[in-house]
Design a protein around this ligand. Structure first.
Ligand SMILES: [Zn+2]
Length: 431
């Protein structure tokens, strides 16, 4: 086996994925062989297996390949020796005083092995805040995984972290990736990939911990704890943390850093609210929205349009083509296989506008854009989603005052709460 690194690092394999020689080698260097299903619990994803068919198999993690009661798993050794690369951080930026404080708190949590939550407003520079911690982990010869529930976020994170730590081995892994896994000191991956690991990482940084599909997904939550080494710790990052973690903070089970300020110290753009008296697709496109789009096109300004549902977006997209044939734009959703390419087209400024569902509500950063939410009162837009979407604007120092517009027919609870929470966060930041 000349590509041994592809198998190492606390990975879980079904023996059917390996040949005899590979199994023998992995066992000889400290790998473990276990039954795939033990006491009705799947040993890969730790979910209960329902005993309702002749051959018992795990339905929960079946997307990663079926494992049944007849199967055995091999867990490859998690120990790894990384050569000393200190000082490893090659980032030329500078942390603000607030970011620095949070980054010191992260190192403190790492030293004491306590799990830590960073509650930072959108655009606070969460990723950069973790650099001193990652540097420390590297210099200690330890291993870190930086994970997000969303593929798009992982793809955006990878080049940034690679540029900050150019001499450190780093891998990007997700379901859509064609790159094969290899043991690296830094792994960027979707949370889903963690199901395939056992006690593998000294530190796991989980970005956007409140977002789909992680929020409320028992299997993924278990995967995070399972992939961590017993001596390691977890770092959760979020602009809108789930109640469960806030409770853990209140009960002193985990520690917290709070950041109300964006990295460029300017406030979050306060959404401008527009009540529509007719639906957003009235006359194909509601005249007030149409006027706004017309102005954006005339001024050659780039913009994002958010929709609650795919059909509404596609209908709007058709109308847009008819009314503004000169506008170059794409539409993306979770079901769109070309999503990553289209987002990259928008990022490279090859097109002026992007129509999207909540799939791009977080994790993506564009400079100099106007953000518009169509039907902000729809049930698909929770308070959290609206805050995240508004947070797409004003992320760059040179365009800190990008505009955010909410269009709706009823000024309901979620719109009201999102607007007042943004106001509150800005007030806290200016104190
Ligand atoms: Zn399973």
């Amino acid at each position: 086996m000349n590509n041994l690194n592809e198998y190492l690092g606390g990975r879980i394999f079904n023996t059917t994925e390996l040949n005899d020689e590979q199994i023998e080698l992995l066992l000889s260097i400290g790998g473990k062989k276990i039954n795939a299903i033990e006491n009705n619990v799947c040993q890969r994803c730790l979910m209960m297996v329902k005993n309702n068919s002749k051959l018992i198999y795990c339905r929960s993690c079946i997307n990663l390949g079926r494992i049944s009661e007849r199967d055995q798993l091999i867990i490859s050794p998690a120990e790894a020796l990384f050569s000393d690369r200190s000082p490893s951080l090659q980032w030329s930026g500078e942390l603000t005083i607030m970011q620095k404080k949070a980054s010191e708190e992260l190192i403190m949590a790492y030293n004491t092995g306590v799990n830590h939550l960073v509650w930072a407003v959108t655009g606070a520079g969460k990723t950069e805040m973790t650099y001193p911690l990652i540097e420390r982990i590297i210099s200690d010869g330890k291993r870190v995984a930086f994970c997000s529930p969303r593929v798009d976020v992982c793809i955006e994170l990878f080049p940034r972290i690679q540029a900050a730590f150019p001499q450190v081995s780093i891998g990007l892994f997700h379901g859509k990736s064609e790159e094969t896994y290899s043991l690296t000191q830094i792994m960027i991956s979707t949370v889903h990939q963690l199901i395939k690991f056992d006690k593998a990482f000294d530190v796991l940084i989980i970005d956007e911990v409140d977002s789909y599909p992680l929020a409320g997904n028992e299997m993924l939550e278990k995967a995070i704890y399972k992939a961590k080494r017993p001596t390691g710790n977890l770092v959760f990052l979020s602009a809108t943390p789930p109640k469960r973690l806030i409770k853990d903070v209140e009960n002193k089970k985990i520690t917290i850093s709070k950041l109300y300020q964006r990295f460029h110290t300017y406030p979050l753009p306060q959404p401008k609210c527009h009540m529509l008296f007719k639906s957003s697709d009235y006359f194909r496109i509601n005249p007030r929205i149409k006027l706004k789009i017309k102005k954006l096109i005339e001024n050659n300004e780039r913009f994002m349009l958010f929709f609650p549902k795919i059909p509404a977006m596609l209908k709007f997209s058709e109308s847009l083509k008819i009314i503004f044939p000169e506008l170059s734009f794409v539409d993306v959703s979770s079901k769109d296989e070309q999503r990553l390419d289209k987002v990259s087209q928008f990022r490279k400024k090859e097109i002026q506008a992007i129509l999207t569902t909540t799939i791009l509500e977080r994790g993506v950063t564009f400079k100099n854009i106007t953000v518009i939410v169509i039907d902000a009162d729809a049930k698909e837009f929770s308070k959290t989603a609206l805050i995240q979407i508004a947070g797409r604007a004003g992320r760059a120092k040179e365009s800190y005052d990008d505009e955010v517009h909410f269009y709706y027919q009823s000024y309901n609870r979620q719109v009201k709460q999102a607007c007042s929470e943004i106001k509150y966060l800005n007030r806290q930041a200016s104190k």
